[in-house]
Design a binder for this molecule. Structure first.
Ligand SMILES: CSCC[C@H](NC=O)C(=O)N[C@@H](CC(C)C)C(=O)N[C@@H](Cc1ccccc1)C(=O)O
Length: 645
């Protein structure tokens, strides 16, 4: 058996986005691997035949092939591929053969949907007419996004494309993005998500429908918060979508909604679940190629969706009269994507011991159908986490996990690393975490928890950090460390801490408020909530919402009082700062401020700058950079391990 190391990353494989063929007999899915020599990811579409059990590669997989979708008559398979440079729409016969490129948008295709008559509707940004100079003239508040870069002058619109390659024909226009197209069963209407207003300070999109005969656009559902992933019911009477009614705010449960295409009446079907739809569980061992939309049963009475519950993600179903059922049994699972066909669910599932593999569920029987990681994992010392619960000082129950080194013995004492997740509205859970396995395999116990502010424990819990960053969220984490440090096998003189993004904010806050940690690594972090309002792509709305409305003109003092930079002169813990130079979410200036302050104050610190990387370095950065990042984390902790009191 071999330990899991930073280099293990190169051998991980990620499967997802299963799609049934219209006859239900085969399933196509996307498999992503890492090409170490070329330092890049490669995604390939594979096909699993349910009769023979054969699993074969269906596209080359030299670039990134993703979003496979069968035409409604099953004769074509469309997918998006970067094989010509940018993500463009391709189509091929389902019997095989050469794929044909259908779109040539400079900035590529965002999403698409089949129409009944073998046409497709595509959401794509028009080629920028004003790209004459490399000088950028900015007129809008939302002009850049982390991981995307600068949006340019042209918004995203909808286009019709034919399988024979003719088109594209533009069907919506105006100075706003229009995305997520869904086609009515008769092919006459397309519903889509858009924010058709000038105000860009708070964007609360709505659902619109364009009539393809007249070109007229109707407002179908006036959004009051978030609206996304609309899908027509097979009988055309409803559109299901994900949304909430709380403005632009990630600190609420997004729910499954339906709107009647006749009356316009809209209601949430999943409110009683009190859980957010979709997968809110983070990991560094996932390669996301698709977003999961609601899926209708053929009778138009039931909808399938995923939701996050206390660190697990299950498939659920809900009827139009709001009867909710958990469909995938057991616990310790994170369903990342799924497809449904006549009583059968195909789903991609992560567990604490493996990245995602595909499963089929029929009549309550579950069959694993891919084993891409199995040979590798049989030869590795994988540690399986134990679920734990803590009581915070005010009595609130906090969930967590302990990942112990392979070969753990309760007679020994182990150093402990506290890992803090970002968001704050995301979650840790029952998934495979490469960084944590590397630490456990290096001899550390890893403690990870879901303090208040985390998703998956109800809306009251997720709102527990609003207006209180560095308050009770900090106490929850300290209370968890306190409880674990009392265990006889934990070496309380060797406690370490790390986290990314909001987890990096909290790492900075911790070293400024306690001296219990031997060393810290702060990643993609925030130290100044005041300057971030103007420098992050989302700071102008996100920070204001998270601090419960506090803004720079009236509440400067409060904002700075919740910013670690104010307390930098209390820091004694050695801090390594890891940051990506193209991080538009938590901008590089945040790391620079923190580094400069700590250096001036004589604190042991080091700044590691990753060029050509954004906020998502740990999840989808260049593979070699990801390995280097992990080496820096383990190396920093090892350097301070044991030697100083
Ligand atoms: C675009 S709306 C959601 C913003 C999101 N917050 C979720 O609660 C977010 O980006 N938060 C940052 C911190 C903030 C900018 C100060 C963050 O902590 N991100 C985390 C978690 C995350 C991961 C993937 C997608 C969204 C959030 C991180 O980057 O690890």
């Amino acid at each position: 058996m071999r330990p899991i190391t930073t280099q293990t990353l190169f051998s991980l494989q990620f499967s997802g986005d299963p799609q049934f063929s219209p006859d239900g007999q085969s399933i196509v899915y996307v498999k992503t691997t890492i090409n170490q020599e070329e330092n890049k990811y490669q995604s390939q579409i594979c096909k699993y035949d349910r009769k023979t059990g054969r699993d074969i590669p269906f596209t080359q997989g030299l670039a990134q092939d993703k979003l496979p979708k069968f035409s409604q008559d099953g004769s074509y398979l469309a997918f998006v591929s970067t094989r010509s440079g940018t993500p463009q729409l391709f189509v091929m016969l389902t019997d095989g053969g050469e794929p044909k490129q259908l779109t040539f948008f400079k900035k590529g295709v965002k999403s698409y949907s089949w129409m009944p008559n073998n046409q497709l509707v595509v959401a794509a940004r028009k080629d920028d007419a004003n790209e004459k100079s490399d000088v950028r003239v900015v007129n809008t508040l939302r002009y850049r996004g982390n991981g995307y870069g600068f949006y340019g002058d042209e918004p995203i619109h909808l286009w019709l494309v034919q399988v024979d390659g003719s088109g594209p024909q533009q069907i919506t226009d105006g100075n706003f993005d229009e995305t997520d197209p869904t086609v009515s069963p008769d092919g006459k209407k397309i519903a889509f998500v858009s924010w058709r207003e000038e105000n860009q300070v708070e964007v609360t999109p709505s659902l619109y429908t364009v009539d393809l005969d007249t070109g007229l656009i109707d407002l179908t559902y006036q959004g009051k918060g978030s609206v996304s992933h609309p899908v027509y019911s097979p009988n055309g009477k409803w559109i299901a979508f994900f949304g909430h009614e709380h403005g632009e705010d990630s600190g609420y449960n997004t729910e499954l909604w339906v709107v009647s295409t006749g009356s316009g009446e809209a209601r949430s079907l999943s409110r009683s679940l009190d859980r957010p739809v979709g997968n809110q569980v983070g990991t560094d061992a996932r390669y996301e190629t698709a977003e999961v939309s609601p899926i209708w049963d053929m009778d138009s009475q039931k909808i399938y969706f995923t939701a996050t519950h206390e660190g697990d993600v299950y498939v659920y179903s809900v009827t139009l009269d709001e009867k909710i059922q958990k469909e995938t049994p057991g616990d310790t699972q994170v369903v990342t994507s799924f497809s449904y066909h006549s009583g059968v669910i195909a789903y991609a599932k992560e567990t604490p011991a493996s990245p995602a593999e595909l499963y089929l569920q029929q009549n309550k029987e579950i069959q694993q159908i891919t084993y891409h990681n199995t040979p590798l994992f049989k030869s590795l010392t994988v540690s399986v986490p134990e679920r734990t619960k803590f009581q915070a000082r005010d009595g609130l129950e906090i969930n967590g996990w302990l990942l112990k080194p392979p070969g753990f013995s309760s007679d020994q004492r182990y150093p402990l690393v506290l890992e803090i997740h970002g968001g704050p509205h995301s979650s840790y859970g029952n998934t495979f975490l490469h960084e944590f396995q590397v630490l456990a395999n290096s001899g550390y116990i890893v403690l990870y928890t879901n303090p208040r502010g985390s998703h998956g424990y109800g809306e009251a819990f997720v709102r527990g950090s609003i207006g209180d960053w560095g308050g009770k969220d900090y106490e929850d984490l300290i209370d968890a460390v306190d409880a674990v440090a009392r265990l006889p096998y934990v070496d309380r003189n060797n406690l370490f801490v790390t986290g990314g993004s909001y987890g990096g904010y909290m790492t900075n806050w911790m070293v400024a408020h306690t001296h219990i940690f031997k060393a810290a690594v702060t990643q993609r972090s925030i130290c100044n909530l005041h300057s971030m309002i103007g420098t992050s792509d989302i700071g102008f709305w996100f920070n204001v919402k998270e601090l419960d409305g506090a803004d720079i003109w009236e509440d400067e003092e409060f904002i700075l009082s919740r910013s670690p930079i104010r307390y930098a002169n209390r820091v004694q813990t050695p801090v390594k700062i890891i940051h990506s130079e193209e991080d538009f979410r938590c901008p590089m200036e945040q790391a620079e401020q923190w580094f400069t302050a700590l250096k001036r104050l004589g604190v042991e610190t080091e700044l590691v700058r990753f060029p050509n990387e954004n906020h998502d370095l740990s999840r989808n950065g260049q593979p070699e950079h990801r390995v280097e990042r992990l080496d820096h984390i383990v190396g920093w902790f090892n350097q301070y391990l044991g030697n100083k009191e």
